[in-house]
Design a protein around this ligand. Sequence first.
Ligand code: CAA
Length: 248
Amino acid sequence: MAAPDKRIVLVTGATGGLGTAMCRKLHDDGYIVVANYRSEEKAKKWQEKLHNEGHDIKIYYGDVADYDSCGQMIEKITNDIGHVDVLVNNAGITKDGAFRKMTYENWRAVLSTNLDSVFNCTRHVINPMIDAGFGRIINISSVNGQRGQFGQANYSAAKAGMHGFTKTLAMEVANKGITVNTISPGYIGTDMVMAVKEEIRNQIIAQIPLGRLGGTEEVAYLVSFLASEHANFITGANLSINGGQHVY
Ligand code: CAA
């Protein structure tokens, strides 16, 4: 098996809180880290900030909600650097609201960005992984895909769908040296969670047995482990990292 420093990892939605922590950790592990972004201005500033702290990350544009855009991005990465060995499907958005008021646009936006994206990116990397006899697909889902959450019919549906995808693809490629897994983080201290009204957020934190939000690095270490050769026998799994908020 190739050493991590010969492997290429692509993290989608990389400039967000979780994505940033993953890029730092995977870079420290020795991977060639490729960050997908949608906003060029934000991505360039982000890249410079990480460069100044010693993390050299390559950035590539791609709209994960658009199949052709993902194809173009992955083709460019393959031509410039090489084929993607590890794909972290991390990009995601929220458009929270009680279902009785949820618009079709807010349903579609979340399903496209959070679930179609998993097809759009994975479909373009899977055959080169099969040819190489090695690959890792790591899907970043959510505790709210496991248990539901008031105001998140769209988000919960997309995140639950992601794990259905994981289970089937894991079976299909198990004998090709490729593992496919889901990570389901609980409430982590990201901008996405901090955007929830303080009063509601405090009620949610009160329901977490560990009594706090998770750290982005805590999720990044789990991604790092799943990407490594130590996790060869883990596939089709859904790993919870939620401070005990949802146990079963
Ligand atoms: N449980 C039960 N009832 C609730 C409720 C809850 N959590 N929240 C609101 N309600 C009830 C209210 O009591 C009120 O009832 P009445 O109509 O009988 O008076 C009614 O619902 C209010 O409905 P509204 O649509 O007006 O609710 P709102 O606008 O006040 O709030 C919401 C809706 C914005 C979705 C709010 O509930 C909310 O922010 N919820 C949290 C959503 C959340 O956790 N998002 C996570 C984002 S981070 C993330 O997603 C990362 C991850 O993976 C964990």
